[in-house]
Design a protein around this ligand. Structure first.
Ligand code: B16
Ligand code: MG
Length: 218
């Protein structure tokens, strides 16, 4: 991949470990609804929007609710999540992210965010990372949730690059599928993301140069 122009990062699970807060909040809500909710369920919900995550839980519990109740439950989950995430600080940026962003900036590679979360701006502010992004596309800007590629296509468009000129960093199966569907090169972060072009357990100590070398061999 010689013509790299931009990198697009997922937020939860790639830049910061807020995925555990999403899990804890959904688990509490599911417990209140007496619906079983496991780590395996949570794994499937990574990258999935708030509304689609709720629908998954309701379906699992065979619950049919009116839209006002669903809105109330989503608000409750978000309140639980915000309460857990409120202490997020720059020290919570996952290892490897800041050096990678420094390297990208030095190479004039644009940096975008492609997150399903409606809380992305708030979390990036708490991490002190907002100013590093050329574009931020999040759950407030999209109509279709991952695995639809909309979030990444919008980010690429905002940076005036084609998907073929972009690398996407993702920790979720739904996000890897979204990026592949959009025609992006994908770096999987974490385990079990075999469909990504390259895959790392963590970004700690990685350089963009090393990733590009491995992509060329993949
Ligand atoms: P919110 P990402 C996703 O963020 C999370 O992985 C997922 O667990 C969450 O349900 C979704 O955002 C919506 O988040 O409720 O904050 O709008 O991984 O795409 O950065
Ligand atoms: Mg994620």
């Amino acid at each position: 991949m010689l013509n790299l122009k931009a990198c697009i990062f997922d937020l939860d699970g790639v830049i910061v470990d807020t995925a555990r807060h999403h899990f804890a909040a959904w688990k509490k809500l599911a417990d209140e609804l007496v619906v079983p909710f496991t780590e395996e369920d949570n794994h499937r919900l990574k990258g999935v929007s708030r509304v689609d995550s709720l629908e998954y839980i309701l379906q699992k519990g065979d619950l049919v609710l009116d839209s006002a109740t669903k809105l109330r439950l989503m608000d409750r989950k978000n309140m639980l999540y915000l309460n857990l995430a409120k202490g997020t600080s720059p020290g919570d940026v996952l290892p490897g992210i800041v050096p990678l962003m420094d390297e990208m900036a030095g190479l004039n590679v644009s940096i975008g965010l492609g997150s399903s979360s409606k809380n992305a701006h708030m979390i990036l502010d708490k991490l002190n990372l907002t100013s590093r992004f050329d574009t931020i596309v999040d759950g407030n800007n999209i109509t279709l949730s991952k695995p639809d590629p909309e979030v990444f296509l919008k980010a690429a468009q905002a940076m005036s690059v084609t998907p073929q000129q972009c690398l996407v960093f993702e920790d979720a199966q739904s996000g890897v599928e979204a990026a592949l569907a959009g025609g992006f090169q994908v770096v999987g972060v974490g385990h079990g993301l075999e469909d990504a072009h390259v895959n790392y357990g963590s970004l700690k100590g990685l350089t963009l140069e090393a990733i590009l070398k491995q992509l060329a061999l993949a």
